[in-house]
Design a protein around this ligand. Structure first.
Ligand code: NCD
Length: 309
């Protein structure tokens, strides 16, 4: 399997075998990290991070992953401090940064921006979130977490909860889950349902998707609750946000009614969807999930740069 030079724009361009291969490499990275602390696979290489939108986990775990591999990073975390503030186009920025780096990671509020960047750059481009579109590396770390913390991808019953309309992590995750034998419950307010084209694509692939606006009936039916934040910044009208704000709250009382082995995941940041009282329970795996971003992104960086096969 050869990933050298490959862009990572959408999880849909990866086969099940390729995804499983990346997860296997992430396991190797995690093992090596624990054993050696850091490696020198990407010594002398530079990762550029172009972040036009806020980020904590994605940016820092990409940077941590690059440093753990012995490489260096350059970048910005706000469009306001880049030449975008002077009116430079994304295409120009990408062509310039390509000359400074070996791999480019981009997060941008516009859907399709990562694809555009990849068209202008010859070095590998990784989509770290394009508007309400996609977030493929989050999906890889979500799948990695599911495999490690639930122990399976096939036979999984999972509820995606919250903002399924604007949440890019669930868009990518739903596509990836369709490659496995999974049952998906899509729980959201009426206004924030999973886009129709994703639902029909899932059904076309034979995935059973049950939509609802409440998690009450399914708490004891699922292995995993994948909770998401209502994406306030994507609402064209703040009044619309107010209507759905705080719709779902997972509390200790919720968990009492759930499958005793329920695993709670969340791409984070959380606002108030999961009560902090649950953080120290065996159900809460979201901080572990955010840690897995490091070994998974190490595998991704090492694979696309050709240092790992
Ligand atoms: C998510 C994102 O940016 O899409 N965060 C992340 O990358 N872990 C989720 C969110 O912002 O709600």
């Amino acid at each position: 399997m050869n990933f050298k030079g490959r862009d990572i724009i959408s999880i849909r361009s990866f086969t099940k075998q390729e995804i499983l291969y990346i997860l296997e490499k992430a396991d190797e990275m995690d093992h090596m990290l624990k054993k050696h602390g850091s490696l020198s696979l990407l010594k002398g290489k530079i990762l550029a991070t172009l972040f036009y939108e806020p980020s904590t986990r994605t940016k820092l775990s990409f940077e941590s992953a690059m440093h753990r591999l012995g490489g260096d990073t350059i970048g910005f975390s706000e469009a306001g401090v880049s030449s975008a503030a002077k009116g430079e186009t994304l295409a120009d920025t990408v062509r310039v940064v390509e000359g400074y780096s070996d791999i480019l990671v981009i997060r941008h509020p516009m859907e399709g921006s990562a694809l555009l960047a990849a068209e202008y750059a010859d070095i590998p481009v990784i989509n770290a979130g394009d508007g309400a579109g996609r977030h493929p590396t989050q999906t890889l770390l979500d799948l990695y977490t599911l495999r490690r913390e639930v122990g399976k991808l096939d036979g999984l019953r999972i509820a995606l909860l919250g903002d399924l309309k604007y949440g890019r992590t669930v868009h990518s995750l739903a596509h990836a889950l369709s490659l496995f034998d999974t049952q998906i419950y899509a729980v959201s307010p009426e206004e924030l349902r999973l886009p129709r084209e994703i639902i029909s694509d899932l059904r076309r692939k034979g995935v059973e998707v049950v939509e609802s606006n409440s998690f009450e009936g399914i708490l004891d039916q699922v292995d995993v609750l994948y909770v998401t934040r209502i994406q306030k910044e994507r609402f064209p009208d703040p009044e619309e946000y107010k209507k759905v704000q705080g719709t779902y709250k997972i509390t200790p009382a919720t968990i009492e009614r759930a499958n005793p082995d329920l695993v709670l995941l969340h791409p984070l940041p959380r606002i108030d969807e999961i009560s902090p009282e649950l953080d120290n329970t065996r159900h809460a795996k979201y901080f572990q999930q955010s840690y897995y971003g490091v070994p998974v992104r190490m595998a991704i960086l090492a694979l696309v740069s050709g240092a790992l096969r």
